[in-house]
Design a protein around this ligand. Sequence first.
Ligand code: HSE
Length: 429
Amino acid sequence: MVFTIGLLGLGTVGTGTAEIILDSEGRNPLLQEIKIKQVGVNNLEKPRSVTLDPGVLTTDLESIVNDPEIEIVVELLGGLEPARSLILTAIRNGKHIVTANKAVIARYGDEIYTAANQAGVYVLLEAAVAGGIPVIKPLKQSLGVNRITSVIGIINGTTNYILTKMSTEGLDFADVLAEAQELGYAEADPTADVDGGDAADKISILAAIAFGERVKREEISCEGIRQISATDISYAEDLGFVVKLLAIAKGGMGQSLQIRVHPTLVSQDHPLANVNGVNNAVLVEGDPLGQVMLSGPGAGKGATASAVVSDIVNVAGILKSNSQGKDLDPHLSCNHDNYAQLMPLAEITTRFYTRFLCNDVPGVIGYLGTCFGKHDVSLESIVQIGFQEDLAEIVVVTHDVKEGDFRQALAEIENLDAIASIPSIIRVL
Ligand code: HSE
């Protein structure tokens, strides 16, 4: 059989995808039956590192999603438009979709999956989360019988690279970001990565699968790593922690779902603490499973293309087994349409690390203890850890507390004349 596919985009991942398909020897035999009919690009003149048959490249992306011969459309454009419109047109034309686009799925997944279910086609997205690490299929299939209680991930390689480098070399955020941009590890516009948006897109997808409910992306609380300083990383290390940007989804077993992305102090002996550099990891906890951690390369040409092509082969396998026209396989489709009610941040329970800069006068530590106590915030430790010029630095680590209570205590503490500033508030896993 021949399975005819059209690619939208020939950037890094598109090139990796074409390279795997065109070099099929020693890989899955179904690859030999996949034919790339068209590849949609912006610029026909741009030099390409992959050699395609003449006439395969086109700037007419609409023609790909409307081509009756193309059975699978592989969307690798990224961004919201025209990706969303092209995916929807392809679906309405009865084509299966493989995509690496977490942004479009996180925001328009409901519209896209509703259309796909109506059209009886698959939308597969293994490459959209954690690059080459299989997480979508394991969550849906291999772990699907568990009651999942949490999914916690390091799912942005750029920020993990920056935090790792800040930690190993004692550098500040801005210096590491500039170097990462020079080396091409970070985008020229790093906003989506460093402000946590990319991780929020990905955890919204993972949470929807793990907890079986649709998630409104805009309801996810999201903090990035711009405010993390070398000072905090060093103090965290003294206290036995590393700093990681975590994407957290917790719930199930009668608990409301909480989904958040923020820098987090992680105990040095926690499995996620040793995931360094551009690597990603996803820690899944469920009943009766216990914990499973999936880790590996979360981005890059080969790793992401590996996930894209595996999804193409999955669809080809379904087409080959002649099950088309029958109901969609629930293991590969989206079969929930209710929306998750997310727990407000003020209601979550977590530990906090907080650094205060204050005048070194009698009574400050007592005042902090009293204020926290008044608001039901129990402290694990309070240490005057050093000086910044003539201001004393006090670091407080709390026990598990309700975030709303903690914020109320801080609002009161800020009013004390002796408190000059509160440079850092970081949650602790
Ligand atoms: N920009 C992402 C990251 C890779 O840094 O992990 C693509 O999802």
